[in-house]
Design a protein around this ligand. Structure first.
Ligand code: G1P
Ligand code: ZN
Length: 543
């Protein structure tokens, strides 16, 4: 084992954000940078001696380099077994599953999720703990504290591991196993869903298009959708993981997955269109001529999950992040089960899942998942949709229509203002925060503010308090505007404005989202002074 000394304070900030440490590739390429972070993770990890660690990434540029670094550091830190996805590939939900299945101490996921890749793109490292979920705040805080005073990292001198050859080798007495990234995950999916029913529906003419965006889900989708479920070849598009994702953002929103959206709105549309992001934890669902907002998708999946083998016993509860629409709350109410509202970021769901208080969770940012792993899971959501469609034998659009006419509809849109000067973004939030007390009773056009607050969460399992999680402005009748700053951007600050209006079942459930939300959009600028603070008249991304 070798001990490498780290020159004092060489890097600047290594504070993990909403989902791990995410920086430009060039930042990660600095000598000692990744090593410092990985060693800090291991320094705060107990039980590592002879323990198992899982490693894999979304295949983006620099993935293989960091995997080799991480393998050496893990060996030097005393782990007994290292499981690595072949080619350095593992989706985020697949890592979560492997950690749980092999009772690993934790896992390293090398990904910057939906952020662009390539030499000028982003890179990231996430650390997941033994329950398979993202490290909770107390762990990420400890890692961060360690990065600031660490003065050495440990490594071994050994040749690069052949990441492409399946099998086990022993390095300095440590078992390094290169595993098939798809096999265990596909088996888990077969245990949850009725593959026979889906296969029958496919044989009966059910068609789909899946856009893997040249990111990690390509191999998973090909195996599961084409090989096991019988969808014809070419159902999976952009199925080969590329280091720069073919120069696209692997973010399955209506901007980056435009081709899929256009296909689904056109005359050649298959029955269902779906996409996933860089590391495979997000999902986009579009029916023929019918986009399903992620908040709606969560509610629709929750309302129908009992039709699927893995959830036949019903749901314990539902959890959604605060900015996610309240559509799921109405389903929970009808099912007479609890619904939890958590801060943004999957780690808050982990405690609720571990305590068996909820079964299904979701975020407006296209993340949906269940107690089968401790991460959101893109392909899982797609398979749940397919299974439900196969059982109910209806189209995506009819299912949505049926849902709204039962529960009412939460019109919803998110406006993102990207790469803004951090000081300006913070100025806007601070001013808004200062005005919260005076907002109730104020009218913005036809809308009267009922209440306003800065969201604070007390974890019902461990009592941990998370403050300052976003500003909520609530209007009469269930309309709402939420303002928060992103924790995952790598360039300046990103302001997210979430707009929501509830229309009851007997109201106008077939309106145009932009028209239904026009008053709220005007109110958002009026109460936060978006244009005044940011000098922007329109958002960069509307999802
Ligand atoms: C974004 C999403 C959030 C998600 C996170 C990680 O975080 O909004 O829901 O959990 O990515 O995928 P944000 O940039 O808003 O902090
Ligand atoms: Zn992701």
């Amino acid at each position: 084992m070798m001990i490498k000394t780290i020159p004092s304070a060489p890097f600047g900030d290594q504070k993990p954000g909403t989902s791990g440490l995410r920086k430009k590739v060039q930042v990660f390429q600095q000598p000692n940078y990744a090593e410092n972070f990985i060693q800090s993770v291991f320094d705060v990890t107990d039980d590592k001696t002879n323990g198992t660690i899982v490693m894999g990434g979304d295949g983006r540029y620099h993935n293989r380099t960091v995997i080799q670094q991480a393998i050496r550091i893990a060996i030097a830190n005393g782990f007994g077994r290292i499981l690595v996805g072949q080619g350095g590939i593992l989706s985020t939900p697949a890592v979560s599953h492997l950690i749980r299945k092999h009772e690993a101490v934790g896992g390293l996921i090398l990904s910057a999720s939906h952020n662009p890749g390539g030499p000028d793109g982003d890179f990231g490292i996430k650390y997941n703990i033994s329950n398979g979920g993202p490290a909770p705040e107390k762990v990420t805080e400890a890692i961060y504290a360690r990065t600031k005073n660490i003065d050495r990292w440990l490594t071994v001198e050994t040749a690069d591991i052949d990441l492409d050859r399946l099998g086990e080798i022993s390095v300095a007495g440590v078992s390094v196993q290169i595993v098939d990234p798809v096999a265990d995950y596909a088996e888990l999916m077969e245990s949850l869903f009725d593959f026979d029913a889906i296969r029958k529906a496919v044989a009966g003419g059910l068609t789909m298009a899946f856009d893997a965006m040249h990111a990690v889900t390509g191999p998973y989708a090909k195996e599961i959708l084409e090989h096991r479920l019988g969808f014809p070849p070419a159902t999976v598009r952009n199925g080969i993981p590329l280091e720069d994702f073919g120069r696209r953002h692997p973010d399955p929103n209506l901007v980056n997955a435009r081709d899929l959206y256009d296909l689904m709105m056109g005359p050649q549309a298959p029955d269902i269109g779906a996409a996933s992001d860089g590391d495979g934890d997000r999902n986009l669902i579009i029916g023929k001529g019918c986009f399903i907002a992620p908040s709606d998708s969560l509610a629709m999946l929750a309302a129908n999950a009992h039709l699927v083998p893995g959830y036949a016993a019903g749901l314990k509860g539902i959890a959604r992040s605060m900015p996610t629409s309240a559509a799921a709350d109405r389903v929970a109410e009808a099912l007479n089960i609890p619904c939890f509202e958590t801060p943004t970021g999957w780690k808050f769901f982990g405690n609720l899942l571990d305590a068996d208080m909820v079964t299904i969770c979701g975020e407006e940012s296209a993340g949906t998942g269940s107690n089968h792993v401790r991460e959101k899971d893109g392909l899982w959501a797609v398979l749940l949709w397919l299974n439900i469609l196969a059982v109910r034998k209806i189209s995506v659009a009819s299912l949505a229509q049926d849902h709204w006419s039962r529960f009412g509809r939460n019109y919803y849109v998110r406006h993102d203002y990207e790469a803004i000067e951090t000081a300006r973004a913070e100025g806007l939030m601070a001013e808004l925060d200062g005005s919260l007390g005076s907002l109730p009773g104020t009218k913005f056009g036809p809308l009267a503010v009922e209440a306003a607050d800065n969201f604070s969460y007390v974890d019902p399992v461990d009592g941990m308090v998370s403050d300052n999680q976003g500003i909520r402005i609530l209007f009469a009748g269930g309309s709402r505007i939420v303002f928060r700053l992103s924790g995952t951007g790598t360039k300046g600050a990103t302001l997210r404005v979430y707009l929501e209006r509830y229309e009851p079942a007997e109201g106008e459930i077939n309106g145009q989202t932009s028209e239904m939300l026009a008053d709220l959009i005007a109110a958002a600028d009026a109460c936060a002074g978006i244009e005044r603070h940011l000098g922007r008249t329109a958002p960069d991304v509307v999802t």
